[in-house]
Ligand binder design. Structure first.
Ligand code: T3D
Length: 259
């Protein structure tokens, strides 16, 4: 198996598991990762996902052993990239939060799969590398979309063109990720955070994700209208009623995550 899935209380922990290849993605891993996301969403008890990597790396992007130029001709990168695009769309479209615990180097598509997650924690020893230009490619997996939005145009360009490692602590200072944490605390912090999200208002989180994603292409007027409509949906969830009741009763809310 190239992916390990552990069912925890309220969430699933998905581990990329090809440590001898720094968890680089091959065809099998693509299929298994997609299947793991589908299974998580089909499980009514699963209200959050934690994604991490086995061994010393998080993910070194595409398995370059799989795309060697064959018979003197170029590989079919369009077909390959369709698989990555489907993965990024699947991750962004999940109706539950996805946390990423970047345990080591995240390079190429591996870096941008991490950025596709909702909240990214990284071990202080981890690095983010837009490795693409080292092999003559451009950032993919949404990299050219995520980078300028997260760190601004100047830093995005330098990261994409220079392909230098960005240490986790600087990535956090720049706003590329949520937090850099001590290596030995990474998994416990990520698990605590994911468990907290799994006990949260799942439907409300999904609507917030949708609003934030749409904001990137909307005017303020459009966004205000969207917020009105999505807030109306959130206001019809049992978790809204519970949240208001719990506030009045001065107790912590017990959310079900249901729509
Ligand atoms: O055509 C296309 O590629 C289209 C797809 C595009 C999407 C992409 O993701 S493009 C970017 C692909 N990824 C890379 O270019 C990164 C390649 N890896 C590296 O540059 C380095 O491995 C790292 C900087 C990430 C880490 O360096 P280091 O020194 O810590 O580790 P290492 O010794 O280079 O790697 C350890 C092993 O993993 C090594 O195998 P070995 O020598 O012990 O048998 C290495 O070959 C293997 N490995 C690392 N990355 C990949 C890989 N094997 C296959 N594919 C990889 N991407």
């Amino acid at each position: 198996m190239t992916i390990l899935v552990e069912t925890k209380a309220g969430y699933r922990e998905i581990t990329l598991n090809r440590p001898d290849r720094l968890n680089s993605l091959n065809t099998q891993m693509h299929g298994e990762l997609m299947a793991a996301l589908d299974a998580a969403e089909a499980d009514a008890e699963c209200r959050a996902i934690l994604l991490t990597g086995a061994g010393r790396g998080f993910c070194a992007g595409q398995d370059l052993g799989d795309v060697q130029v064959k018979d003197g001709g170029p590989p079919d990168l369009k077909a390959l990239l369709e698989r990555y695009n489907a993965l990024v769309r699947r991750m962004r479209g999940l109706d539950m939060p996805i946390v990423c615990a970047v345990n080591g180097v995240a390079a190429g598509a591996g870096a941008n799969l991490a950025l596709a997650c909702d909240i990214v924690l990284a071990a202080k020893s981890a690095n983010f590398i837009q490795a693409f230009s080292r092999i003559g490619l451009i950032p993919d997996c949404g990299g050219t979309w995520f980078l300028p939005r997260l760190v601004g145009a100047a830093r995005a360009r330098a990261l994409a063109i220079l392909a230098e490692p960005l240490p986790a602590e600087r990535a956090a200072e720049w706003g590329l990720i949520w937090r850099a944490v001590d290596d030995d605390k990474l998994m416990s912090e990520a698990q605590t955070l994911t468990a907290r999200l799994a006990a949260g208002p799942t439907a409300g989180y999904a609507l917030a994700k949708r609003a934030l994603d749409a904001a990137e292409g909307n005017t303020l007027d459009q966004q205000l209208d969207l917020e009105r409509d999505l807030q109306d949906e959130a206001g019809h969830t049992p978790d809204y009623a519970e949240g208001v009741r719990a506030f009045a009763e001065k107790r912590p809310p017990v959310f079900t995550g249901k729509r």
